[in-house]
Design a protein around this ligand. Sequence first.
Ligand code: ADP
Length: 351
Amino acid sequence: MTSDNPLLELEELTVSYGDVNAVRDVSIDITEGEVLSIVGPSGSGKSTLIRAIAGLEAVDRGQVTLAGQPVSSNSVQVRPQARDIGMVFQNFALWPHKTVRENVAFPLTADGVAAATVRERVSEVLSLVELDGYDERYPGDLSGGQQQRVAVARALAPDPSLLLLDECFSSLDARLKNRMLSELDRIQSEIGVTTVYVTHDQQDAMQIADRMAVLRDGTLQQVGSPVDVYRSPENGFVANFVGEINALSTDVLAQAFGHRVSSCLSEVGIRPEDLRLLPVAATDGDRRSVASEQEERTRGTIVEATFLGDQTRYEVRVNDVSLTVVEHPRKQFDEGSPVRVEFDRSALVEM
Ligand code: ADP
């Protein structure tokens, strides 16, 4: 659930370590109630950006505004504790010698909240993360997923207006991570807290984000809904980072499929799941078969077929071009089989 007011405004933000501009000129508005994921490869500036939002890094240029108040610029630096932000890190950062209750209560007690209110609030957030009854346990007695939920509860205890999550589920195994992401989704829809989630994993980013921001070398490449970013990537980097794509110059496309694709584009891409494979009938001797106006179609050979349960991945050779194709039905083509490869023109991605 989102409203139109930006809760968090990043304006031309630049953060440097000596000569290294870790974040360059990044501008994003994050709406109240929105979940924004920040995604990019290692070293692209994700942590620096989220740390700058938290007030853990000073900014060199630009401004961070939270709920209408400038909190970071080259003249303002509101300390992290005064920002109304909850943060969860990858390493959980729980105190091993404090109980779950004491860990979660800490930010409230440190703020001088009355003991009875603390008790009530701790029970409330432990219930929110489905850890009722774990109050007196120690972090060491909990599983990784449970510890992470305690860290989330602790971040949410003071009812912050902004929740920052820095690669916080990356150390969990895939199944547990998915569960945590769904839980986070549920918690977020229950309490509607504005959330910024940093991850190097584009699938995680897509799973929970209303919008995702893609970073490369400290610069923002694109911000948009997961569907927009996936379907209309701003450039080749985004297309490759967010999902897989067969990148083809129009020359190569012409070579593989005949001169049928508009030559105004220099490079286009096609997602592996947008290519279809059809069997070649014994009588289907022509290299090119008849295709409708909206389709491209040509002959190829299966070079490799990998069965992956819910999908089969094929490497298909079309003339001198190698294409990756993902099909969801059971494996149906063997290596060496001739196939027809086709796609709808509307599935081509400009890059
Ligand atoms: P990410 O979180 O995407 O992996 P970071 O924000 O950690 O990226 O790093 C961005 C860039 O800043 C990298 O080039 C990294 O080497 C550099 N960097 C990060 N932290 C420091 C630091 N404390 N001192 C110097 N350089 C740093």
